[in-house]
Design a protein around this ligand. Structure first.
Ligand code: ATP
Ligand code: MG
Length: 487
């Protein structure tokens, strides 16, 4: 009966079967059914226009929706539809899915509606979803592995979708997988984890001298040996020769044609509206200050952070106190005093629940008030939100009492780091190339920059990088080649 129903009816039937008979249909039945259905019928409402003509995309779509493995991965070059596939799964599973990404910008990219994917899916950062404080994330060994609140929340889900997996540290992935596994035990049925990303894009952030490790180095990955789908059709760029050049840069094999093309894209000035990508944070700050001159005549207001809990160091501020305050703000990763101008481009640096604003949301300042800032958010909807000071806090530990502060979570956004640009699709980008990272953390960095733009005409370079800076990590190349052979 179920087979007849699937074969005879279109779109709604499969969606309906999957959703409402999820507990009755066994993995074996799923495998049998999946062979009889068209992938198009798996597309949830609003996603009917997705192109699924590529066999690899179709196969990955089927596995993402109906698969039965604990861990599954979908990899492929920039712009091949990994995040689109993630959004399809998020829409299909609705409240039974959780979407997470290693950075706020990557999460925001998932939430940003596009004509193809018109709905925001409530993605957040791994840190936010799993309750890891920024400072504490550096000390995993101090963290309890089981977080009862997180496990309770996970037990209500069927699938956990992780984007930009290349930037996730193996220990972070192990922490996520461990908790999902425990939640599956509590729930009594398997909660799946699907990882999306490109191993040849940016690796996780490590300090200088630390060994760079990847998601596929995690304990769970090695134990479960997940199936890896490799997508191969690129949608972000339609120009065939530009795609080929990007692919060569991705593998770290820039030939003479690539170098000629890059030479033709060098620009002395920054074109209007182009987002500047700079490898270093201080470069981003300098560029943002430089761009501020265009709005420096407008109304301005300075927002000073207010320390609300300072532990034992109470009392009247004196010089000693000021030093302590700076230390507290640094520990809290609370932004220092910031002067904002009307008309200034800004980026939010925190998730603000209830307002649809996440760490990485960009917009333009419309109004400045003592209590907060009006921001017209980028995107199709042109929504205006009023952003008030947010709380930055760290709970009490054995060596430190509870500390907290309030500050407006906004920063200037004419330029971003390459790390923050991962996952974005841009019309125009100006790449600062003279300071590309040289160590292992610089592998994939140039590729991230060039693959953000939709057309070759939208790409501008400060200078042609040295061939030695157009690099891919050999371990990641090996991982991708192996996955491609198996696909
Ligand atoms: N299957 C598809 N059908 C039609 N358009 C698509 C499809 N997949 C992707 N696109 C288009 O390509 C753009 C880039 O896709 P997406 O952001 O999913 O790429 P990605 O693989 O996640 O890239 P990155 O590695 O840079 O994150 C989308 O905004 C969308 O417009
Ligand atoms: Mg993506």
């Amino acid at each position: 009966m179920a087979f007849y129903y699937v074969k005879k009816t279109k779109i709604f039937s499969v969606w309906f079967l999957g959703r409402f008979f999820k507990d009755i249909i066994t993995p074996r039945m799923k495998t049998q059914i999946i062979g009889t259905i068209e992938a198009r019928n798996l597309l949830p409402p609003f996603f009917e226009n997705t192109d699924i003509s590529s066999p690899r995309f179709e196969e990955a779509l089927k596995d993402v929706i109906w698969g039965t493995d604990f861990i599954t991965a979908v990899i492929g070059p920039g712009g091949c539809g990994k995040s689109v596939l993630l959004k399809i799964a998020a829409r299909y599973f609705g409240q039974y899915s959780m979407c997470i990404a290693p950075t706020g910008v990557a999460a925001n990219n998932l939430n940003d509606p596009t004509p193809l994917t018109p709905l925001t899916i409530g993605a957040t950062t791994i840190h936010k979803a799993f309750g890891i404080k920024e400072v504490e994330s550096l000390r995993y060994f101090q963290m309890p592995m089981d977080n009862p609140n997180v496990i309770k929340m996970l037990a209500r889900k069927e699938v956990i979708l992780i984007d930009e997996i290349s930037m996730v540290r193996p220990e972070t992935l192990d922490m996520v997988l461990h908790q999902v596994y425990r939640a599956s035990q509590v729930k009594g049925s398997l909660i799946r984890v699907i990882c999306f990303g490109d191993p040849l894009q940016l690796p996780p952030v490590y300090k200088n001298g630390e060994e760079v490790r990847f998601f596929f180095d995690s304990y769970h990955w090695k134990t479960f040996k997940p199936k890896v789908h490799v997508l191969d059709s690129i949608y972000r760029q339609s120009d065939g020769s530009f795609r080929q050049i990007l692919n060569r840069i991705r593998m770290g094999e820039a030939d003479d044609d690539c170098m000629d093309f890059l030479r033709s894209r060098v620009s002395r000035s920054i074109p209007e509206g182009a987002l500047v990508l700079d490898p270093r944070r201080d470069g981003v700050t300098a560029r943002n200050n430089q761009c501020l001159t265009s709005v420096s005549g407008n109304k301005r207001f300075t927002y000073v952070p207010e320390i609300t809990e300072r532990g034992e160091t109470k009392g009247k501020p004196d010089d000693f106190q000021k030093e302590k305050d700076a230390e507290i703000l640094e520990l809290l990763e609370c932004p220092p005093a910031i002067t904002l101008y009307e008309g200034q481009r800004v980026m939010c640096t925190k998730n603000i629940m209830g307002k649809g604003v996440v760490n990485g949301s960009m917009g333009t300042v419309t109004i400045l008030k003592e209590k907060g800032v009006g921001v017209l958010l980028d995107g199709k909807e042109k929504r205006e939100v009023f952003i008030e000071p947010c709380r930055y806090e760290l709970c009490e530990t054995s060596d430190r009492p509870k500390i907290s502060a309030m500050q407006i979570p906004l920063c200037s956004a004419y330029a971003v780091t390459y790390h923050k640009a991962q996952g974005l699709s841009l019309d125009n980008a100006y790449l600062v190339t003279d300071t590309l990272f040289s160590g292992p953390s610089g592998a994939g960095m140039f590729y991230i920059g060039v693959s953000r733009v939709r057309t070759p005409e939208g790409l501008f370079l400060s200078e042609v990088p040295d061939r030695s800076r157009i690099r891919a990590n050999p371990r990641c190349v090996e991982f991708v080649k192996e996955a491609e052979e198996r696909a």
